[in-house]
Design a binder for this molecule. Structure first.
Ligand code: GLY
Ligand code: MN
Ligand code: MN
Length: 430
């Protein structure tokens, strides 16, 4: 791992949050992700499943966590199964977790090698009445690939058809959405790394630079700060490319007079940061670009004030729609007549602002959380309104990461990154 070791008390607290919500006499199983293949003997870089990571900090493939708070043997109330390490493995793959380092990482005392899993799991299941299985219930999840967890679930349901099945996902979504102080520190660190990247760019961007050169500057800055790199595929979109919401080619030359949209965030210790800034390629916005920019900034400033305990996100998204509507009328992009005759299912403002304003942020960039419950302190949301005008070759989005506070305005983890148009111009021309 590039990141500094995290205090195992975080994982001890996280497991407690899960186990105190479990039904009596049940156990829960969490699997690592696979290492995904490319072809021949090439593989993608490993990315741990965020749930096992959240519960024990084990950032290693082929690991299994079992939680069984009512196990008759106290040593089996929480158990880790890890791929056995050996001198041979150490030579080829480098250091893997030993039983001792797994304890230091997770606070879990009982660590077995993976080959012991079938025997020990059988004993545990003989005692348990039910099992919590961890399915992916993220609303936007859309994948055809069968995960290690999916394979485990298929097998365990076949092997133990008489056990009651419970869902881990609602518990995980609930507990992961409210961040501990240590997690907020890690997220702040990810945001500070992103800030270092953006500040590097303020002096670097000029007409003629290529989008991929900007991406390279960011990657360099992120990696030298102990980040694995981008938290999500970066969007470096100059001119009209900014109107393609998921533009990730990043292969065009930035032209004098264009604005470049940067939706880029570093990860740190698997926590995401998620930022969008828009910079004028030549260091100065035109009057029109600034008008659109300030309209988006106004919506963002007003919207983020609504991220307070008790807010219902569906209502919030409607309120942001109204804020945006007003700005689009002001910019002459939609008319009062368009609003009067609009389809309520697809309001007029959606022609220029067609995505959501906020999402949960954490170990996943589009993090898990319970969307239909009122929001509460300790949750982290992005706020990211935008206006996209393909006919003007201009797309503006501004995005910060905000921690909901028990009282008062949310805390902006990106608060030190310049956002006022004039402040950006000053820094680009310094
Ligand atoms: N960068 C992904 C998002 O803003 O949601
Ligand atoms: Mn976002
Ligand atoms: Mn983003």
């Amino acid at each position: 791992m590039k990141y500094d070791r995290i205090d195992s008390n975080l994982y001890i607290a996280n497991r407690k949050k899960f186990t105190e919500r479990m039904t009596a006499n049940t156990l829960a199983v969490f699997n690592s992700n696979d290492i995904f293949p490319i072809s021949a003997d090439s593989t993608m870089p490993f990315q741990q499943h965020r749930d096992i990571l959240y519960l024990c900090g084990v950032d290693q493939e082929e690991s299994i966590l079992v939680l069984f708070p009512n196990a008759s043997n106290p040593a089996h109330r929480e158990v880790l199964f890890l791929k056995e390490t050996s001198d041979l493995i150490a030579v080829w793959e480098g250091e893997k977790l030993t039983k001792e380092t797994a304890f230091l990482t997770s606070g879990i005392k009982t660590v077995y090698w993976l080959q012991q899993f079938p025997t020990i799991f059988k004993q545990l299941m003989a005692e348990a009445h039910g099992m919590y299985l961890n399915t992916n219930e993220h609303l936007r999840a859309n994948t055809e690939v069968e995960t290690r967890e999916d394979r485990f679930i298929k097998q365990v349901k076949q092997d133990y058809p008489a056990h009651q099945v419970h869902k881990s996902a609602p518990i995980m979504h609930k507990i992961r959405s409210i961040k501990e102080a240590v997690e907020l520190e890690l997220m702040q660190r990810a945001c500070k790394i992103t800030e270092a990247g953006v500040r590097r760019l303020l002096a670097f961007i000029k007409p003629g630079v290529w989008e991929y050169e900007i991406e390279a500057e960011l990657a360099h800055e992120f990696l030298r700060n102990r980040s694995k790199g981008f938290a999500y595929t970066p969007i470096v979109a100059s001119g009209k490319n900014a109107c393609v919401l998921h533009y990730i080619e990043n292969n065009q030359q930035c032209q004098d007079g264009d604005v470049i949209l940067l939706d880029v965030g570093a990860e740190y210790a698997n926590y995401s940061s998620d930022l969008t800034r828009c910079l004028p390629v030549n260091g100065r916005f035109t009057a029109r670009q600034k008008a659109v920019y300030n309209a988006v900034l106004h919506v963002k400033n007003e919207a983020q004030k609504l991220l307070v305990p008790g807010t219902i996100m569906a209502e919030y998204h409607k309120q942001v729609g109204s804020l945006m509507e007003e700005q689009l009328v002001g910019l002459g992009l939609i008319s009062m007549e368009d609003i009067k005759t609009q389809n309520p299912d697809w309001p007029a403002y959606k022609k220029y602002f067609m995505h959501g304003t906020s999402h949960f942020l954490g170990l996943d960039t589009h993090d898990v959380g319970i969307w239909h419950e009122p929001i509460s302190a300790g949750m982290v949301f992005t706020c990211e309104p935008g206006i996209y005008i393909p006919e003007e070759g201009l797309g503006i989005r501004l995005e910060d990461d905000l921690v909901v506070q028990a009282s008062g305005a949310p805390f902006n983890l990106m608060g030190d990154i310049p956002i006022e148009a004039e402040a950006i111009e000053d820094l680009m021309n310094a």
